[in-house]
Each structure stands twice: as C-alpha cells, then as structure tokens.
Design a protein around this ligand. Structure first.
Ligand code: GAR
Length: 191
C-alpha cells in the first residue's frame, strides 16, 4: 500500500528480488492515481491497482475495497509503505499481526502526520524510523524494528528525510521478515 513516491515499495521489491527477503510482492495498491509508487510498479513489472480514497468517503468502504483486492491476490502479509490514510478494523482485523507500517520517527515519539517535521520542530538530536504491526491505535502497534538517525546541524526537512528514508529502506524488509517469522509457515499458509 502506497500513497506517494513509493521508495519504500521499491526497496521491498528489490529486497525480494535481489536481497535476503524470501517473498514476492504480488500487488501494489495506491490511493493516488499517477503517484510515483504507481510509476515504479509499472517500471518494475509489479501488478498495481488504484483504489482512490476520493471514491470512498467512508474509511471502512476504502478498507473493504483494499481487503477485496488483497484477498483476490491471495496475499499473506500487507505492508503500509507510505500509506497516508488511517486504516480501520475492516483491514486490521483481516490481517492480524500481518499488517506492517513504516513511520518516519522513533515511535512513540512523533506519531501522526509529518513525523520528520515534528522532530525538527521539537529540536531533538536523535530521530529515526519505526516499522511496526498495525493496531487500531494510530502508529501505536507492537514495534518490529527501529533505526536511529541523528539530526545534524543545518538539517532541513529534505536532508533529514533523505537519511531517514535510507534507514527505512533497510529496516522495512527486516520487519517483514520478522513479522513472517513470528507467524510461522502454518499461519502464513492459511492466507
Ligand atoms: C516514509 O517516510 C514513511 O515513513 C512515511 O511516508 C514516507 C513514504 O515514502 N509514512 C508515514 O508518514 C505514515 N504515517 P516513500 O513513498 O518514498 O516510500
């Protein structure tokens, strides 16, 4: 699941294809038609479905559409790789311990919108990124992997974001592997 640029999506695909992650990215779902993630999927040859949230005024209805897409693709695990919508129990309960999110801060600090801007505004010396399981509490589920990123003198949103993204690309595949390991092969096979 991606809403924007899709660099985390591409990192996951790369980790599956060249790297250590023993998985296949079966489907990308985007909510913003024409977003960078969709273009990356085309370039990478990954199936991509657009599910525009503007056509689903209710959050539950958007999640129902997502759920149908994931069930049709028979996926075992779902990753919110830069998904900028709040998800509901419709999706969360369908993938218990199988829904992973990446967030650009060291949770529980700076949950919610613009974790990077929040860290800069707070003047912290250390921030980072967190991959975690998704629960109903926004950005509050069990943490799988974190990476710390120092805030350097002169950092602005874009320079800090670049270094956080580098770490996100490293920890997200690790988090997916960890989530799968926690479930074990039997649970994953039940799909
Ligand atoms: C990432 O930094 C991710 O942590 C953040 O969106 C960015 C997506 O980048 N997600 C959130 O803020 C979710 N609350 P990408 O499109 O290049 O992967």
């Amino acid at each position: 699941m991606a809403s924007g640029n899709g660099s985390n999506f591409e990192a996951l695909v790369a980790s599956c294809r060249q790297g250590p992650l023993n998985a296949v990215v079966e489907l990308l779902v985007v909510n913003n038609p024409g977003c960078g993630a969709q273009r990356r999927a085309e370039r990478l040859g990954v199936a991509c479905q657009v599910i525009d949230h503007r056509l689903h005024p209710q959050r539950q209805s958007l999640d129902q559409a997502l759920l149908l897409a994931f069930q049709a693709a028979r996926v075992d695990l779902v990753v919110m790789a830069g998904w900028m919508r709040i998800v509901t129990p419709v999706l969360i309960d369908a993938f218990p311990a199988r829904l992973v999110n990446i967030h650009p801060s060291l949770l529980p600090s700076f949950a919610g919108l613009d974790g990077i801007g929040q860290a800069l505004a707070a003047g912290v010396a250390l921030t980072g990124c967190t991959a975690h399981l998704v629960t109903e509490q926004v950005d509050g589920g069990p943490i799988l992997v974190q990476a710390a990123v120092p805030v350097l003198a002169g950092d602005d949103h874009s320079s800090l974001s670049r270094r956080i993204h580098q770490q996100e690309h490293r920890i997200l595949p690790l988090a997916v592997a960890l989530a799968a390991q926690r479930l074990g092969p039997a649970r994953l096979d039940q799909g």
